[in-house]
Design a protein around this ligand. Sequence first.
Ligand SMILES: [Cu+2]
Length: 349
Amino acid sequence: MRIARLLVAPLIALAAIIIVVLPTSPASAHGSVINPASRNYGCWERWGSRFQDPTMATQDPMCWQAWQANPNAMWNWNGLYRENLAGNHQANIPDGQLCSGGHAEGGRYNSMDTVGNWQAKSVSTSFSLRLQDQASHGADYIRVYVTRSGYDPTTQPLRWSDLTLVSQIGYTPASQWQPASQGVQIDIPVSVPGRSGRAMFYTIWQASHMDQSYYFCSDVNFGGSNPTNPPTSNPTTPPTTTPPTTTPPSGSASCTAAYTQVGAWTGGFQADVRVTAGSRAITSWTVTLTYANGAQVSQVWNGTATTSGSTATVRNAGYNGAVAAGASTTFGLLGSGAAATPTVTCAAT
Ligand SMILES: [Cu+2]
């Protein structure tokens, strides 16, 4: 008896350690639209094994900003849900926040709302959308919406008014879904005749085990061809890897920064900033942005930011500080407040 207890206690401790050390696969419950992949499932699928690879910044910049914002949004690709909304999805999820489920899970998924050129799956105008339910929750209902013609997901935040319901299923317990490698999956036929070009599918999955509702943005390209991933043909040399010139420096290190707003919506905006080295190569840069109207920088990628009220100081990331004379690199940002053009300064070493 006593010997057994002595043996069991260390075993329990060891088991606890093992559980803590092995969180590599996504949390076991829940699910996602896996085809066409939801934004975070796609980023996890494409980059999960090399999420710190800086080539992602140029090959798949929307995934890059998402990984920079919060890697847990990808590791937990199956956890983008809200609870107890009683079916009032529109009332609880503001325009511009649809892809994060209205800042679900304390904001873990906010980067899903970032407007930009997310990788889009090429699909025909008639196909089946697949939802994987790892925990066999089943569905009270699943609703699939498509964005209206003319909506451009690369430049416009998603609003409820952009969506048209194109397919839905009613109460379907997990026993009626197909078996999957983990849990069950279901294919929902979708037909949108006449569509072409970029669009987004928005799927609401109301799970059956409790009032738990899931929200998925899937980027598609009707009739397009799928890029190989990562692109292997004709890679562009990212400015971040341009080696500094070896000619002796002339003059002092300097840089300029050009600010371009790339999207704006109620209460927020997105911008790119291009940093260009002066007449000699630089090894680091610091850009200061000040918004006179009180807007604030809330998120930065390809740089690290410190903010003080409406002033943000953005320093280069580890991989894009070195810029050859006359060459440039860019970083991106999300702001909160009304869009405005800030005063911009650039300093280099
Ligand atoms: Cu679940």
